[in-house]
Structures are given as C-alpha cells and as structure tokens.
Design a binder for this molecule. Structure first.
Ligand SMILES: [Zn+2]
Length: 109
C-alpha cells in the first residue's frame, strides 16, 4: 500500500490505540515514512475492536432522556454509532429485551 500524497510505500509501525478511554497497546499501523500519515487496515481495525470488546464487554455510557419536538429523545454517543456502523438516515429497530432493557439494532448489516 502506498501513501496517496507521497507515493511512498507505507511501513509497519506499532502504536497504542485508544477508544472509550481504553488503550489497546502495540497495535500494528501502516505509516508513511515521509508525511507520517497513518492507516489502519480493515483487518487491524477488526482486531482492535475485538480487543476492546474483550477488555470491556460492558461499556456503558450514561445519557439523559431529553425532549425534542415534544418527544423523549436520547442523544446517541458517536463512538457507539460508529462501532455499530450506523449512519445518520439509517433505520434501526427499537425493542424491549426484557422489562428494563431497550435495544437499538441496525436493520442493515
Ligand atoms: Zn505520505
């Protein structure tokens, strides 16, 4: 893989990756030796995600139920939306998993 700006082959580097305040150490990243541009490949991103879920199987983010247009509203954390691969405009299913738990599930995968 080559850097699109410098047209130089990326080199492999180790880095720490942080998400949700969790640090995954020694993650492989491709880095341009000239401009320092960094790219995680799909494989590496999958491995990072796996490590994060293994480290923190129950990530909980507190949100207040607010009101928008007279209806109860919860703002969704960007990290969660990104990891669930949901974009603005996508449809989701909302249902009760049990008497207290509300699940939001992407309709598309
Ligand atoms: Zn470059």
């Amino acid at each position: 893989m080559r850097c699109p700006k410098c047209n130089v082959e990326y080199g492999k580097q180790k880095t720490d990756y942080e998400q949700f305040g969790i640090i995954v150490k020694d993650v492989e990243v491709l880095q341009c030796p000239k401009c320092g541009d960094r790219v995680f490949t799909g494989d590496q991103v999958d491995r990072i995600q796996q490590s994060i879920w293994n480290l923190a199987p129950k990530i909980r983010i507190k949100r207040k139920v607010t009101k928008a247009a007279g209806k109860p509203t919860i703002y969704l954390p960007e990290d969660v939306i990104r990891d669930a691969k949901v974009k603005i405009g996508d449809e989701v299913y909302i249902y009760m998993q049990d008497r207290r738990r509300i699940v939001i599930e992407p309709t598309a995968k």
